[in-house]
Design a binder for this molecule. Structure first.
Ligand code: GRG
Length: 295
């Protein structure tokens, strides 16, 4: 019997608990802040995508080899949320339904907790005992992840996201922001999962072709939820992007065109999986969950 996404989520939560330093260990305050943000209730979409991609490419054994990578991506994602919420960036008070890390602790602790989540992410991939079987694959997956985080990925996207607050962005500028700020980590998690699971080059190429439209669609749906979502479900303050003059898909293209583009990207992503059979069912379910989500 195939595993379920709920089983993946439980496994990821248990593993994150195992990887994170315990709170009473020195430096206690940083460890408390790391755990506070990780266990604040995220949807775990990125690690689920990683495990589903690994399952599609390499079955149960593949999934096991991708588990540390899946958790590492969640550590990096949470790090990016902590820094994104800082007063010098988006200045948010609420995240995952709770006070943001710098509100619950303080700015310095939030910066350090974010930094520590990022370094821990690379450490757990590099030290996973399963990697000894094929260190070249681990190196390749690490490179994919580091590039996704760097100036060609999250950092570049975040820089432009801040730059275009209040100044007009062209459709091409906006698509680049969305593909880098949000899409890059989604592509890295799927490709990394496929690689570590021992997927053939053709399968990894198909997984990338699935992840690219889904990564862009993820941020378009986020923009849609910012205008039409519910604060309690979102766990953050809706309407904030519009208020701060951010470049969003809805602001540039309108609500209906945004919904249509998300639907078109969903179809494109599913088409990329045409050579997969039922081994990609979990990936298809996740794609649908991403497009139809309310939080
Ligand atoms: C990674 C090196 C490095 C730097 C980070 C701060 C920064 C640079 C980037 C910010 C990127 C960012 C916050 C993008 C938004 C992505 C997004 C749509 C987040 C919401 O994701 P969900 O809905 O959240 O999956 P949960 O809480 O469910 O995990």
């Amino acid at each position: 019997m195939d595993p379920t996404l709920d089983e993946f989520k439980s496994l990821v939560d248990l593993s994150l608990d195992r990887y994170l330093p315990k709170e009473p260990a020195w430096p206690e305050r940083v460890h408390a802040a790391m755990r506070y943000s990780i266990f604040a209730g995220g949807k775990r979409i990125r690690p689920l995508l990683c495990l589903a991609a690994a399952h599609a490419a390499g079955g149960a054994a593949g999934r096991e080899r991708a588990l540390s990578f899946a958790c590492a991506v969640e550590l990096i994602h949470t790090f990016s949320l902590i820094h994104d919420d800082l007063p010098s960036m988006d200045d948010d008070d609420l995240r995952r339904g709770r006070p943001t890390c710098h509100k619950a602790f303080d700015e310095a602790t939030a910066i350090l907790a974010g930094d520590a989540l990022q370094t821990l992410a690379f450490e757990i991939i590099a030290t996973d005992p399963a990697g000894i079987e094929n260190p070249a694959l681990v190196l390749e997956a690490l490179t994919v992840l580091a590039r996704a985080c760097g100036t060609a990925g999250l950092i570049g996207g975040q820089m432009d996201d801040l730059k275009y607050e209040g100044i007009p962005a062209t459709p091409a500028d906006l698509e680049r922001i969305h593909r880098t700020k949000t899409g890059a980590l989604i592509v890295a998690t799927v490709v990394g999962g496929g690689l570590l699971a021992g997927g053939t080059p053709d399968r990894v190429t198909a997984l990338r072709a699935f992840a690219e439209p889904i990564g862009l669609a993820f941020q378009i749906v986020d923009d849609i939820l910012d205008v039409s979502g519910d604060a309690a479900a979102l766990g953050k303050t809706p309407g904030k992007d519009a208020k701060s003059g951010k470049a969003t898909w809805v602001a540039l293209h309108g609500l209906e065109a945004s919904k249509q583009r998300a639907a078109d990207l969903h179809a494109q992503a599913l088409e990329a999986l045409h050579s997969f059979g039922s081994e990609a069912s979990l990936l298809r379910d996740l794609a649908s969950r991403i497009i139809h989500r309310v939080s």
